[in-house]
Ligand binder design. Sequence first.
Ligand code: SAH
Ligand code: ZN
Ligand code: ZN
Ligand code: ZN
Ligand code: ZN
Length: 504
Amino acid sequence: MAAGAEGAAGAGSGGLALLGAVPGAPCCPHGPALLFVKTSQGKEEGRRFYACSACRDRKDCKFFQWEDEKVSQTRLAAREEYNRSHQPPCTHKQNVERYKNFVLLPLSKRRFCQECQQLLLPDEWEKHLSHQFLCDISTAQLRSPSQLLYPLENKKTNAQYLFADRSCQFLLDLIISLGFRRVLSVGTPRLHEMIQSKALQEENFRVRSLLLDIDFRYSQFYTEDEFCHYNMFNHYFFGGEAAHETCRKFLHEEKDERVIMVADPPFGGLVEALASSFKKLMATWKDTEKGGNKNQEMPMFWIFPYFFESRILEFFPSFSMMDYQVDYDNHALYKHGKTGRRQSPVRIFTNLSPSVIVLPAEEGYRFCAICQRYVSSGNHHCEICNSCTSKDGRRWKHCVLCKKCVKPSWFHCNKCNCCALENHTCEKIDVGCFVCGKAGHKRSTCPSLSCTRTSRQAGKGRKQKQKTLKTLKRAKVGVCNRWAMKHAVFSRRKMKKKKKDETT
Ligand code: SAH
Ligand code: ZN
Ligand code: ZN
Ligand code: ZN
Ligand code: ZN
């Protein structure tokens, strides 16, 4: 999306900022588009445009429209037709029907086309003869679709990073020990499938899950009560009101059936879009109580890299970040371990009390009685900060000049007046707002963005003054680059670069 939008809008030296979901926004095949503003340095007001919420690459969705653009009736009709024709060929209902027939087949007739990523019924074999396919699809395989389907690898739009079994099991055990009986799995197909298959296999297993995901391939394996085709960047249910209602019903808690939402979104950024959707899901949960008199927030685990901590807390001040390192299967880079950089930067953010999130002692986590939370083995309690300050699992050191703990590899630079890598370049960059280009404020508090949620962030500016060079640079390139983060985070090449200018 933003990257695609950037191409179309020709962002040039200016920036790109998300204004969000607005009423009456035009639709692309992925639901209502999001409103962005393209700014050029120094200009008072940027030009606003709509772009796809889900796709970061123009190749995946070319939707683009200036906010003030007049769209003719003919073009509107053509767009509607285009959106219709870009929906999946089968409806979810049809897929459920196909599944019922599929499981009736003897093993020898159960085929899965790897090219089309589709369960095949015998009368369809012929069409797929030249494709690679798997035979003898067992019940066990049908219960683990995330193993059968290949993980989507489109780095820009929809990269899928599946939990390592250990992390998935940890999450589920934690959820159960906390007394939850229902899980709203947002972009967590592997957690969903672990819950679903245990429910089928273990008699006393009482947990249920509803999967919300944009990957429609899952509709082949789950009923409409188990999976909703959903876009978490614009809170769009592809299945319309019926699907929305399914979600609403699921969130309605019976006597002791407590619900938790677990989300593992693409890391590409647009934290504000995600936060806005999660808030809507939380509001739906709240509304399910008669008279809406629930006075808490819906419990949630938001799984995201630690360097997004301040962004997440901006939108969810009640959240805190846990030290637990979430591991993935299809990341060679992010396997758990104490050596080198092979430690996952992905953490759990939650609005539950940190003291109840018990982390596994076998993996070195221990309880800090002062912080009242579990911390990683290398995270030492700093007497001066009065907190366990490490974010990445390594032991951080306190800098008296910065008045805070910093990464072990950093040193205080008197020129920059902050801590940085020893070999950093002391350049004073002009830290102007990347929306309007003026100094004195940041994008989040830019007066030219009157319709964004800005005012309540005003106090944050001061706290962030001492940010490192790198962070400032990143803030400057703005949202579109954050979008590219998932890519950046997971590609080896970029990882090396990150190592050089940030992580070390
Ligand atoms: N670790 C998780 C998978 C996380 S990968 C697990 O193992 O279960 C991110 C997930 O979000 C994928 O399942 C992907 O299909 C989904 N996703 C990506 N973009 C989305 C969007 N716009 N709306 C909803 N889901 C999305
Ligand atoms: Zn789109
Ligand atoms: Zn502590
Ligand atoms: Zn300290
Ligand atoms: Zn310092």
